[in-house]
Design a protein around this ligand. Structure first.
Ligand code: GCV
Length: 642
């Protein structure tokens, strides 16, 4: 308070006696707290901040609620909102609001672009890096209440007594900030750690092993949150290795959790190698038949879209298709397919686009948000997960603006009705500047940045045309890989006639996984939103679009104006220079230069490559790239050289 206001403000606990002119923190009886959400657990986290006589009272039914209320008050002050007649009331809409770290025991982070892992396993449990507390405080300030600390491509090592003590040390730091720890588990651990001959979930020895292990975890970490599982996906072991299904696997872990207050989050990110199939449909086909078969402590965690965190995906067809199962929405904050840490891409619009999508599961208005918060199907538990973009870099996220993605995830997990614009303004004021014009300019750039990225990389619903394995840069010509669905040509299907994946009834018919209202809109190229067009249709190059341009001209228009928009971002950033810390300003200026260079790389690679199919000129006023396709291919080869 002194830092923000220039003078100290007395802060007292409610039972410390009446003081005037200060802040009172009051853990009140739940009955005194005006909260509207029916879910008891969430009500426990809801807070009220109000004025009483000459004091500001922060009140809630639990310590955690008062903590969240305190951060709401700080936000109010830091963003310079009036405190007179202050009356803030808020309850989280989703119960489990988790970060998923893809951190490995050796300190690397899968798809991490902000240095190495912040967990120093070789120092724990004795040495506690002060950043653990900074991290916990930052998370609490945005309402995150749980962290899965290790990669879903999990090491069994975390289940050893040695590592559990380390995990317990982290849990000890996080506890005061209302944060529980969770572990990703390696399915074959009963064999590798437990010495059993099998990891079959129906084998009594395996069940006993997990129950004993879970009890041991709770002895070490009494408020342990539960397990996250990636099984039978991308080479990870799982129950299918023993002829069992995902529900049988999840239920075995739910049983091991027994009376402990923990959950199982079972990931639906599965796709078998199938050269005749459509990867889009695979998770649906495996999980939909299991609806109703999961234990009450098991949730199924579903990525926002059906493929894999592309820059824009239609919502995953499992949302709205598993009414008897609570579904956790998984979004990716680390920018695996959105420019790593060199591209400024604010993700709140992407997350909101998914949450606001209408599944029509129970008629109009059955949004993904209502599936996820449990209200559509009356689930008692609900969850949302963000794959963390945090690493050891001094600024936490590599790109300083990446912090806005961590921030906005937490804010949306708490209240998905907040607009991307509001959150951008809030974050900018709390992080960069409070100068009103600069705030508006920066928030405007943030809000438009994701669409701009889509334009210069994968416009009109193109997807999965990035560089092989590293997932950076363009490689639309990629035609050979270990699996067909890891190539680019599998997805864009460019030929002399046109471009795009026909997922209508005459093609893979993936559209049939959606409700009729969605099928109707997306199934017709005339009514399909242009942003999703090539996800569902193979469109002739000469076809006229709703914009009046042909497909080929529209593609060119988007790639070229996408690059121009990066120039616009650079100009806007230059305008706010007087309001920004000079070192930070210079850092972001340089990153925008890289972004501009790489946007041109994407544009040239894609228009030159697709031109070899369309056989048409680049339409005026745009001009043919000044390099050949072969020259651009070399950049990618060099980039991927080991
Ligand atoms: C953790 C994508 C990523 C993988 C990731 C996987 C997943 O395929 O490229 O690195 O693995 O998603 O979400 O499990």
């Amino acid at each position: 308070m002194k830092g923000l206001l220039g003078q100290p403000v007395p802060v007292v606990a409610a039972n410390a006696g009446k003081k005037q002119g200060g802040i009172i923190l009051r853990v009140a009886n739940a009955a005194n707290v005006s909260v509207t959400d029916p879910t008891a657990q969430q009500n426990r986290e809801g807070y009220r901040v109000f004025v009483e006589q000459r004091n500001i009272v922060v009140s809630g039914p639990t310590d955690a609620a008062v903590l969240y209320g305190t951060f709401a008050l700080l936000r109010q002050i830091q963003t310079r909102q009036p405190l007179t007649n202050l009356a803030l009331t808020s309850t989280p809409k989703i119960q489990y609001r988790l970060l998923n770290h893809w951190d490995n025991p050796n300190g690397t982070v899968e798809r991490g672009y902000a240095g190495s892992s912040i967990w120093k396993w070789y120092e724990l449990p004795e040495l506690l890096d002060p950043r653990y507390e900074d991290y916990a405080r930052a998370n609490a300030s945005i309402g995150i209440n749980g962290v899965v600390i290790n990669n879903v491509n999990a090491s069994a090592r975390y289940l050893t007594p040695e590592y559990l003590r380390k995990v317990a040390a982290l849990a000890g730091v996080f506890r005061a900030y209302g944060i529980r720890v969770y572990l990703s588990v390696f399915w074959a651990a009963p064999k590798t750690v437990g010495g059993l001959p099998t990891s079959d979930p129906l084998d009594p020895r395996v069940r006993r092993w997990w129950t004993d292990k879970t009890n041991e975890i709770y002895q070490t970490i009494p408020d342990f949150g539960g397990f996250l599982v990636k099984a039978n996906s991308e080479g990870e072991p799982g129950p299918q290795d023993y002829g069992r299904n995902h529900a049988e696997g999840a239920n075995m872990l739910a049983e091991a959790l027994g009376q402990h207050d923990g959950i199982v989050m079972w990931r639906a990110f599965v796709y078998k190698a199938n050269s005749n199939g459509d990867r889009f449909k695979e998770a649906y086909e495996e999980f939909k038949p299991l609806d109703g078969k999961f234990a009450s402590k098991a949730l199924v965690q579903v990525k926002n879209g059906p493929i894999d965190f592309q820059s824009r995906e239609p919502f995953h067809p499992l949302f709205g298709a598993m009414p008897s199962t609570p579904l956790v929405l998984e979004v990716q904050l680390t920018q695996e397919y959105l420019g790593f840490a060199t591209h400024l891409v604010y993700l709140a619009p992407l997350i909101k686009e998914c949450l606001e999508a209408d599944t029509y599961a129970k008629g109009k208005g059955s949004t993904v948000a209502k599936v996820v918060d449990g209200s559509l199907d009356n689930h008692k538990i609900s969850g949302i997960a963000g794959v963390a973009n945090i690493g050891s870099d001094r600024n936490w996220t590599g790109h300083p603006m990446g912090q806005a993605n961590w921030y906005s995830f937490g804010r949306l997990a708490w209240d998905y009705t907040l607009s991307a614009e509001t959150i951008a303004q809030e974050w900018t004021r709390m992080t960069l500047t409070t100068e009103p014009q600069a705030v508006n300019t920066i928030a405007d750039v943030l809000v438009k940045s994701r669409d701009i990225y889509v334009r210069y990389t994968t416009p009109l619903g193109l997807h999965h045309i990035m560089g092989q394995s590293i997932h950076f840069g363009p490689e639309p010509w990629l035609s050979k890989s270990a699996r067909p669905d890891w190539t680019a040509i599998y997805y864009h299907k460019a030929d002399s006639i046109g471009l795009g994946f026909n997922r209508t009834a005459t093609g893979s018919n993936a559209l049939a996984l959606y409700k009729p209202e969605v099928q109707k809109e997306w199934g017709n190229p005339q009514t399909c939103p242009p942003d999703y067009l090539l996800w569902f249709h193979h469109v002739p190059w000469k076809q006229t679009m709703s914009t009046g341009r042909t497909l080929w001209n529209e593609i060119c228009y988007r790639y070229y104006t996408g690059v121009d928009s990066v120039t616009w971002m650079q100009q806007r950033w230059e305008q706010v220079k007087p309001s920004i810390d000079p070192v930070l300003h210079a850092d972001i200026t340089a990153r925008l230069q890289i972004q501009h260079k790489e946007a041109i790389w994407w544009r040239d690679a894609c228009v030159l490559y697709f031109q070899s199919f369309s056989r048409q000129r680049i339409p005026a006023p745009f001009t043919q790239p000044d390099r050949s396709l072969e020259a651009v291919k070399q950049i990618v080869d060099i980039y991927q050289m080991r």
